[in-house]
Design a protein around this ligand. Structure first.
Ligand code: NDP
Length: 335
């Protein structure tokens, strides 16, 4: 198996030299174990958080140990009665090409056969999709007719949020970096698109938001934090709901982070600002699968993927997330 580990804890934006590649022999599976060959692995922004040595909702990566992350693969050898050769399985054993699912590890989870391409289980039908679904429907309490602002709207989570909000008959404003991504967000059905790079910072974002939503926004789905969050507070209507999904603009910060200068408006406008972690909403999985399968087959839910080929490209794919190199889900194809 070819595997990637952390060579050093990154300071600021990670560098190629923070990653180390090794090749190891995968021992044959023992009793009750299965061997898996990964076909796809995911790179996700939250992995940056695991590169810091600190306590969080997931433990930090350790220097010299193979990193982890979402992966989809096939069983190549099975010594377990519930699995047979060729079964498609998902796991958290990414950043490697092959592995053995030992009893003390989480057993590879079998994927349902719902006629979706296997890569979608790392994207629109997987963790990022469920994040969008739980965040917009449960945390933001989306209602028909809401005016919804979504940042990171060309990304895996954001592009799904845009489309769910359109399915629920909302007015949607999406923001993304650059003209090409703005076109993509428009193609997903967004009513207004803000190219935040062209808008040029906080003042520009506020102006663009006010133009798009003169009466203000009812919901903000935050993937970005920073100026986007401050602008959303500025343009929020009374009782607006904020789903705090991520703040990627801050993940590589080295100085003391700065909070929104207008946070006082949270009181007067009676804003509900709630963070969430997708794993706390696993109970929504069955409804999510059912809705997603329906929306994808009816053409209401489109999904885009940016694919890097080969395990060697994994760090590059990961770094690309912080440079906007992806439209839709960033994936590494291993097969
Ligand atoms: P994306 O597919 O959205 O990829 C990341 C995108 O972020 C880039 O393409 C880039 O788009 C944008 N970006 C990068 N740096 C900046 C910056 N400084 N300012 C503004 N935008 C930036 O990733 P995901 O969809 O996987 O994740 C989106 C967010 O959701 C992240 O914050 C992530 O941490 C969070 N998340 C949270 C989960 C939870 O449980 N709470 C679960 C999954 C994800 P552009 O070119 O438009 O700038």
């Amino acid at each position: 198996s070819t595997e990637w580990s952390l060579a050093a804890r990154p300071v600021g934006m990670p560098k190629m030299s923070d990653f180390q590649k090794t090749t190891i022999d995968v021992a044959p599976p023992g009793a009750g174990e299965v061997q898996v060959k990964n076909e796809w692995m995911s790179v996700d922004p939250y992995m940056r958080g695991r590169m810091y040595d600190r306590e969080s909702y997931v433990p930090p990566f350790q220097i010299g140990e193979t990193m982890q992350g979402g992966a989809v693969g096939r069983v190549t050898i099975s010594n377990h009665p519930d699995y047979k050769e060729g079964d498609l399985v998902s796991s958290m054993a990414g950043w490697r090409t092959a592995w053995v699912a030992k009893p003390e590890m989480v057993m590879a989870q079998k994927l349902p056969d719902v006629g979706l391409p296997e890569s979608t289980f790392l994207g629109v039908a997987g963790m990022p999709g469920l994040t969008a679904y739980a965040g917009i429907l449960r945390i933001a309490e989306l209602k028909e007719g809401d005016t919804v602002f979504v940042s990171g709207a060309a990304g895996a989570v954001g592009s799904t949020v845009v489309q769910i909000a359109k399915i629920k008959n909302c007015t949607v404003i999406g923001s993304a970096g650059g003209a090409e991504k703005s076109e993509f967000v428009k193609s997903l059905g967004a009513d207004h698109v803000i190219d935040y790079k062209a808008a040029g910072g906080y003042e520009g974002l506020v102006k663009a938001l006010k133009d798009a939503a003169p009466k203000g926004i009812d919901v903000y789905f935050d993937n970005v934090g920073g100026d986007h969050l401050t602008a959303a507070i500025e343009c929020a209507r009374p009782m607006a709901r904020f789903a705090e999904c991520g703040m990627i603009a801050q993940y590589n910060d080295t100085g003391t982070p700065v909070g929104p200068h207008n946070i006082i408006q949270v009181v007067g406008k009676q804003l509900k600002i709630q963070g969430f972690i997708v794993s706390s909403h696993a109970d929504m999985q069955p409804a999510f699968f059912e809705d997603m399968a329906k929306w994808i087959s009816s053409g209401q839910m489109k999904f885009e993927e940016t694919v890097k080929e080969g395990i060697d490209k994994a760090p590059e794919a990961f770094l690309g997330l912080f440079e906007g190199a992806n439209t839709g889900k960033m994936l590494v194809k291993l097969g």
